[in-house]
Write a protein that binds this ligand. Structure first.
Ligand code: AMP
Ligand code: MG
Length: 614
């Protein structure tokens, strides 16, 4: 659709050039992307009631179809964009601002403080957007779909309005027709008709792991975040600095700045400086010294610092000020001086893309005044439990056959120990419509969805089928030759133009936990381009006889060392290994990998194991 559009940035600081306007250009870009035919213009005004009104009036007189303002909607004294807008619009359109509010509240409570106004004047639609680039783009995204129709209505373009209305009613009709099938196309089969063998090929753990890692490599989104929130995130660019540190010659000791060539002997104390004092203009001459503190500037002329411990007082005035001191030990040139850039030199690559940000990295960002940092975006993760028998943890009196949802909190906290947060998307019954609805909602706001339960062979195990049939998902694997975790499923689908990853984990608590560790965490790491090893393999000594299952078995074990002087690691199972018994994960320090059909009578023997650091 072709229309004219103006973006007005309202900001004192941008207007005074003490800040750079990021929101206005970003909105222009978003308009170009969403409405390629639109002709856009841009203006920058201070937070001045009169100037805002004048500009809005001018644009309305010029019949600009869409006027977006960004900024001046806050609560500070100078924020008057809504008042100025209100004073000129003829018809207010509260639905637009309410939509922005409701949707923004899903992201942040701060939205409660938004005061945006939207409405029409003459042939123009005017909408106030927040001042921050993020807020402005988000709000624009929430309302962009109605802009063409709103402009048609304002301009009374009857043909277009009719078209839109007929499209809407057709869409409603189609949805109504679909309703009886609501909304899932999957039906629970009568038990006699269900499959008795799985249609999914059983693949090896290694193959499944590689599929997960390879698929998770496809995401390299970058975002800029404040350094305060950057711990454990992965750098998305090299960090090069043009600021040397220290930026001045700094003393390493509390002592005296001297000329080394003067050697040991008497010095006249010219003056004294504390750390933080500006020493510029002061010059140390032969025979003189200046008192300095650790971290303070070394004045010009001086080429060494002598620590106070290597000096003695010769003469002081009545107030106790030093007049003369003795340097007891001949100084060496540059002694106890940090030269400019000795900690961080100029124009070097300080950190490289791919590094995981530690507390020390953050300290260095702070030193250099890098307040924001580019990192790889993490996946937005949603977690839902499924099962007719699964109840909220708050359920006091469980009905017969019901149990509380332990998977949700186990997995949320397991993710947390690796630094990832996930949204709790509730407990969903084994009902095709409800599951479809829940997955659809989950896909709307998340990149990675983890489900537990509903992937085995029961007639109520519907997840795989719903993913395939309702979401046209590709099941990358649906069965793995491992124990616990045989029915672990990894799938992908497109939703609203973006790729979703789905980990449908088995419901048994141990299975969910082990497969979350072995598949989900590595995937989330890879998604954010982290090069950290997800797990560390080692050889474990087993002292008791073990008979392998027909699948590869990941047994939860404690690890001890053979002796204080012998670091050989001994693996001892943490009790009964049945996959419902979450107790086997409590205190487990490793996963012992017992190959399928493993059998040996030679004790002790060694097997691969995975170290569980957390
Ligand atoms: P499913 O994978 O749905 O066949 O479930 C396998 C077993 O795990 C059953 O005994 C379920 O009751 C149990 N289970 C499934 N989901 C959960 C959950 N969220 N919390 C605790 N146990 C669960
Ligand atoms: Mg179930």
């Amino acid at each position: 659709m072709s229309f004219s559009c103006a973006v007005i940035t309202v900001s004192d600081t941008c207007y005074n050039k003490t800040a750079i306007d990021k929101s206005g250009p970003a909105l222009l870009e978003a308009i170009k992307e969403n409405f390629p035919g639109a002709r856009s213009m841009y203006a920058l005004v201070p937070d001045s009631y009169d100037e805002i009104i004048n500009l809005l009036k001018t644009y309305c007189e010029q019949n600009i179809n869409l006027i977006l303002t960004t900024g001046g909607t806050g609560l500070s004294k100078r924020d008057v964009t809504p008042e100025a807008t209100k004073s000129i619009i003829e018809k207010e359109i509260p639905g637009i601002t309410q939509t922005m509010l409701l949707k923004s509240l899903e992201i942040t409570d701060m939205a409660m403080l938004s005061r945006a106004v939207a409405g029409s004047k003459n042939n123009s639609l005017i909408i106030n957007l927040p001042g921050s680039k993020k807020g402005a783009l988000e709000c624009f995204g929430f309302i962009k779909s109605i802009i063409p129709h709103a402009i048609d209505l304002i301009l009374d373009r009857k043909e277009n309005i009719k078209d839109t209305h007929s499209q809407i009613s057709k869409h409603n009709q189609e949805n109504k027709d679909l309703k009886p099938n609501t909304t899932s196309k999957v039906k629970i089969l009568p038990s006699a008709l269900r499959n008795r063998t799985s249609q999914y090929e059983m693949i090896s753990f290694d193959k499944a792991f590689n599929i997960v890692k390879d698929f998770s490599k496809n995401f390299h989104d970058i975002e800029e975040i404040p350094i305060e929130k950057s711990l454990d995130r992965v750098l998305a660019c090299n960090i090069i600095t043009n600021t040397p540190f220290p930026p001045f010659r700094a003393s390493i000791k509390d002592g005296y700045a001297v000329i080394a060539a003067d050697g040991a002997g008497e010095r006249v104390v010219k003056t004294g400086f504390a750390a933080g004092d500006d020493t510029s203009g002061l010059f140390v001459n032969l025979g003189e010294t200046v008192r300095v503190n650790t971290g303070g500037c070394v004045p010009e002329g001086a080429d060494a610092v002598v620590q106070v411990e290597d000096t003695s007082l010769i003469e002081a005035d009545e107030q106790g000020n030093e007049i003369k001191i003795m340097i007891n030990k001949a100084p060496i040139c540059n002694q106890d001086i940090r030269s400019i850039g000795s900690d961080i030199s100029k124009s070097t690559i300080l950190f490289r893309e791919g590094e995981t940000i530690s507390s020390a990295h953050i300290g260095i960002f702070a030193t250099l005044g890098h307040l924001k940092i580019k990192v790889y975006r993490r996946a937005r993760v949603g977690l839902l439990s499924t099962g007719n028998e699964i109840c909220s943890i708050k359920t006091e009196n469980l009905k017969p056959g019901h149990i509380r949802d332990s998977n949700k909190l186990t997995l949320l906290n397991l993710l947390k120990t690796f630094g990832y947060t996930a949204n709790d998307l509730g407990i969903i019954k084994d009902d095709p419509d409800l599951l479809k609805q829940a997955l659809q909602d989950a896909f709307t706001h998340h990149d990675v969805i983890i489900t537990t339960g509903g992937v085995s062979m029961g007639e109520y195990d519907l997840i795989k089928e719903i993913l395939k049939v309702d979401f046209d998902a590709t099941i990358l694997f649906g069965r793995v030759n491992m124990k616990p975790g045989k029915p672990t499923t990894f799938a992908t689908c497109q939703f609203n133009g973006s790729t979703k990853l789905i980990f449908a984990l088995p419901g048994n608590p141990v299975s969910g936990t082990v497969t979350c560790r072995l598949f989900v965490i590595p995937s989330l790491r890879t998604y954010e381009c982290s090069r950290n090893d997800t797990y560390h393999l080692f050889k474990a000594r087993v002292n008791v006889q073990i008979t392998g299952d027909d699948r590869w078995d990941f047994r939860r074990v404690k690890i001890s060392e053979l002796a204080a002087t012998n670091p050989v690691k001994i693996a001892t199972e943490v009790g009964n290994q049945i996959s419902s018994r979450l107790n086997s994960c409590v205190g487990a320090q490793g996963l012992l990998i017992v190959p399928a059909r493993f059998n040996t009578t030679n004790l002790p023997f060694f097997l691969d194991a995975i170290m569980l650091y957390r």
